[in-house]
Write a protein that binds this ligand. Structure first.
Ligand code: DC
Length: 228
């Protein structure tokens, strides 16, 4: 077993995947990629071009500009921030106008093909923790460790609500819940790379686990895998 492994973390929205993935990567000295941020970045790009809103989606328009979609992560003050060309869009991709359309954009095959290619390139050398919906199934089907993270829906709503509140993004608990349920539905029923638990993924229900407990569980699994 090689020492710098690939760790795929999939699961529903707002179940703490990114927080866990970031902490695992920091402990192991691996890179961390939030693939959801990339779908949000793509959604924002098409939204600004006027090709997608809550009410409509212009696929022809999207295809016509898809080659201009250039996303990258850059380290700003120790934080991995998403850039669209030279613009830091890390804050805007968390806003409600992006949350409202991102699932729809993530159903488009051409968008997925482009982002998956970039994600595979980022993980070419191993030593990476990536979280998303299709990481264990499509992006890194050979990942040494695959986790499927779940949590009770009301707990997820509360977590996302608190996160948005902390960022000063105004939304009611009901709005957050409606958006989460809607996204769960679209993410797990779409034709292209739906969210599924692959056979070789381990389920981690973190409804009642602290961040440290989750981190320790994953670090123990990693030590088992890389021990000589
Ligand atoms: O993890 P998140 O909530 O930031 O993800 C935003 C959206 O992107 C979500 O609706 C599902 C989609 N997504 C996806 O389809 N595939 C991924 N690998 C990651 C996210």
């Amino acid at each position: 077993m090689k020492q710098r492994i690939t760790i795929a973390i999939d699961g529903f929205s707002a179940c703490g995947k990114s927080t866990l993935a970031k902490a695992v990567a920091a402990q192991l000295g691996y890179s961390f990629i939030d693939s959801g941020a990339m779908y949000r970045g793509a959604a924002l790009f098409f939204y600004r071009k006027g090709f997608v809103s809550e009410e409509h989606m212009d696929l022809k328009g999207i295809y016509s500009v898809i080659d201009q979609l250039t996303l990258s992560f850059r380290l700003i003050d120790d934080k991995n921030c998403l850039f669209l060309n030279d613009e830091n869009i890390d804050e805007e991709i968390r806003q409600a106008h992006v949350a409202a359309i991102v699932s729809k954009v993530a159903t488009i095959k051409a968008v997925r093909v482009q982002l998956v290619k970039q994600q595979q390139e980022m993980g070419r050398l191993g030593g990476i923790v990536m979280d998303g919906r299709d990481i264990g199934s499509v992006v890194f089907p050979n990942a040494e460790l695959k986790l499927f993270v779940t949590a009770n829906v009301d707990i997820r709503v509360k977590r996302r609500f608190d996160e948005l509140k902390e960022k000063g993004i105004p939304q009611t608990m009901d709005e957050v819940k409606e958006n989460l349920i809607q996204r769960d539905h679209v993410d797990s029923t779409r034709t292209e790379s739906p969210l599924v638990k692959v056979d070789d993924a381990l389920v981690l229900d973190n409804s009642f686990l602290s961040k440290d407990q989750q981190l320790n569980k994953v670090l123990n699994l990693v030590s088992e895998l890389i021990k000589p």
